[in-house]
Every structure is written in structure tokens, then in C-alpha cells.
Design a binder for this molecule. Structure first.
Ligand code: HEM
Length: 336
């Protein structure tokens, strides 16, 4: 006598497979010979642990490689959320049936998922000491020479996070922004030429691009422009603007977006900048960056003033963007 609960499940399975014109018996045969799933297969552990390949014999290079990979995985989680938010969230039934994207984005989903992204960035910001304190400076200064001209500047996921967060116009460097009024319909490909990070890696007097930038453009320009076009109406700011006026005023919504702005444009850039100060700042002459930027001018948020959501900040807050923090970082460095 078959247990009633098992019987119910078998009937359910029969219905499920019949809908797709499949024979349940064959699938049950497959189940009979299947192996049990293991942890190591599920997360592809052997493959994952085979991907750390330092280019030199300096032991601390392993820390550098692994920490970059950890960061890229967090970036991947962030992009996973941006993608779902951009499409209003997945409509998925408890039985696993996928009904596609929802028609509209709810305020609650926006808050919940932006908070997730904030948690990822907060974890990255808190753990950045692994870079700042966790490597021997002498080893770092040696092994980095074997990595030229590669730089974290070439992190495409970081650039994609920016594109998914805001109106593309806000990524255009400040001196070209006047070319693009709010709600501009200019092609992304055109604004992309003025994106702030290209200027950071271009010698202004000669217009010569660093090799780091040239290689990045060759591999990723098309992908980033396509993402910009498809996220014109799907980026977080566009999604926020799509909420009702009342929902836009909800302090929880505004707070989640403001925190995202601070996390991506101040907190993470500042701990990252702190690592550049620790390793590249010397008493007399500074060590050049592997990507060739003038990093002292390029990296500090108070110079860049990258802001995703200008409407959510006061003039005063934007004026002092990232300033207090940078002063603190530099003062601590000079004391130590
Ligand atoms: C010792 C640790 C690090 C140092 C000294 C450092 C240094 C630098 C410097 C000097 C730049 C400017 C571009 C250049 O000319 O190379 C840069 C950019 C960048 N780095 Fe790092 N970096 C470190 C760790 C990391 C880590 C762990 C990540 C994680 C992915 C990362 C991601 C980035 C990104 C995304 C940029 C572009 C930032 C922007 O455009 O504002 N860096 N880094």
C-alpha cells in the first residue's frame, strides 16, 4: 500500500510531465540511477579553487588575486539584483513554474533589493582592510610590476553597476554634462565617449589614452553601450521615477537610494583609495598606478563627485561629497 502523501506526489508528477508530453516512468528510471548531489559538485568547488593563479612567486600575490575574485563575486550578486529590478522582479510560483517578469515594480521590492545591494557593498567596504593591512608592502610593490598594465580600472562589472544604478547622463564627466540636458535622448554611444572614467585615463593635453583604457574599450565598449541602451528605462533612477509620487516620497525608498549612492560613490571608493595611499604614496615621489591614471587626482570621491541621485541630496551635501572622509584617511596616513 503506497503512503497517501507519496501517492499524491506521484499524481502531481504525472500531471506535470503529462503537460509537457513526457512519460513519468522514464524520468523515474533516471531518478533510480542518479547519484546523490554533493556539496562540492553543487558549488563547483574544484573549479572554483583552480582559478587562483598568481603570476609571481611572492606569496602575498595570492591574497591580491583572491580578494579581487571575492569582490567580483559580490559585484555579480549586485548585478543579479539590478537585473531583476530592471525587469520588475520575477513572477515565480511556489511549484517553481516561471511566469516571466512582473508588469510593474512595487515600492517594497525596490527597497528590499536595493538594500540587498547595499549589504553587498557594505560587506566589501568592511572587508577592504584585507587589502589595506593584509599584504606586505614590499611584496606588493614587487609583484604589481608583473601585472602591468592590468588594473581594477578594467573591472567591467563595476562599470555595469554604475550603468544600472543611474541615468547614463550622470556618468558623463562634469565638464561635458552641459551637452546633455536632463531627459536627453542622445544615443548612449555618444555619451559613452564622455564617460568620466575615460577622462581619468586620458592625458588631457595630448588626448592620449592609457593602454589600460584602450584594452578595456576594445573588449567592453560595445557591451557597456548595449547595457546603457537597455537600461535607459530600467536603471534604478528610472525605476524610482516610475513609482507613484507618494511612493517616491517614502523615506524608506529615498533612504535606500541615498545609501546606495554613498556606498558605491563614497564608502567603497574611499576604502579603495586608502589602499592606494598605503601602497603607492611615498614621502618624495609617488609610485605610478599600474593603469597609468594620475590616481591622487582621479580616485578621491571629492574630486570626481560621482553622484547617482542628485535630486535626493541638498546642495550642501553635494558640495562636501566625500570630503570629511578623505581628510580623515590622509590625516591617519600622515600620523602612521
Ligand atoms: C592594494 C590594493 C589596490 C590598489 C593599490 C589599487 C590601486 C588602484 C589605482 C591606482 C587605480 C586607478 C587606476 C589605475 O591607474 O590603475 C585603481 C582603480 C580601480 N580599482 Fe583598484 N587597487 C587595489 C585593489 C582593488 C580591488 C581589490 C578592487 C576590486 C575589484 C579594485 C578595483 C578597482 C576599480 C573598480 C577601479 C576603478 C575605480 C574608478 O574608476 O574610480 N582595486 N585601483
Amino acid at each position: 500500500m503506497m503512503d497517501q502523501e507519496i501517492n499524491d506526489r506521484v499524481e502531481e508528477l504525472e500531471r506535470k510531465y503529462a503537460t509537457m508530453g513526457q512519460d513519468l516512468k522514464s524520468y523515474l528510471d533516471g531518478l533510480l540511477i542518479s547519484n546523490y548531489l554533493t556539496y562540492w559538485d553543487y558549488i563547483n568547488l574544484d573549479t572554483l579553487l583552480s582559478l587562483q593563479k598568481p603570476r609571481t612567486d611572492f606569496p602575498d600575490e595570492m591574497i591580491f588575486v583572491v580578494y579581487h575574485q571575492i569582490t567580483e563575486l559580490y559585484f555579480k550578486l549586485a548585478l543579479h539584483e539590478f537585473h531583476q529590478l530592471g525587469h520588475n522582479g520575477r513572477n515565480i510560483l511556489p511549484n517553481g513554474e516561471d511566469l516571466g517578469w512582473k508588469k510593474e515594480l512595487s515600492k517594497d521590492l525596490l527597497v528590499e533589493r536595493v538594500q540587498r545591494i547595499n549589504q553587498y557593498f557594505s560587506a566589501l567596504t568592511k572587508s577592504f582592510d584585507i587589502m589595506i593591512q593584509g599584504m606586505d608592502k614590499e611584496q606588493f610593490l614587487r609583484f604589481r610590476m608583473a601585472l602591468l598594465p592590468a588594473s581594477g580600472f578594467q573591472s567591467a562589472q563595476y562599470r555595469k553597476i554604475e550603468v544600472c544604478s543611474t541615468d547614463f547622463r550622470n556618468l558623463v564627466s562634469r565638464n561635458a554634462r552641459h551637452l546633455y540636458p536632463e531627459n536627453t535622448t542622445a544615443p548612449i554611444a555618444e555619451m559613452f565617449e564622455h564617460i568620466y572614467w575615460k577622462q581619468g585615463a586620458t592625458e588631457l593635453s595630448t588626448g592620449k589614452k592609457t593602454l589600460t583604457l584602450k584594452q578595456f574599450e576594445k573588449k567592453y565598449s560595445e557591451e557597456i553601450i548595449d547595457l546603457g541602451e537597455s537600461f535607459r528605462e530600467r536603471n534604478i533612477w528610472a525605476k524610482y521615477k516610475g513609482l507613484s509620487t507618494e511612493d517616491q516620497q517614502d523615506p524608506k525608498v529615498r533612504q535606500a537610494l541615498r545609501q546606495l549612492d554613498i556606498n558605491v560613490n563614497v564608502n567603497w571608493p574611499l576604502v579603495h583609495y586608502k589602499s592606494a595611499v598605503r601602497y603607492l604614496q611615498q614621502d618624495t615621489n609617488n609610485v605610478p598606478a599600474t593603469g597609468g591614471t594620475n590616481w591622487q587626482k582621479y580616485l578621491p570621491p571629492r574630486f570626481q563627485k560621482r553622484i547617482f541621485y542628485p535630486e535626493l541630496w541638498s546642495e550642501q551635501e553635494m558640495e562636501t561629497w566625500g570630503k570629511a572622509w578623505v581628510e580623515e584617511v590622509l590625516a591617519n596616513e600622515l600620523r602612521s
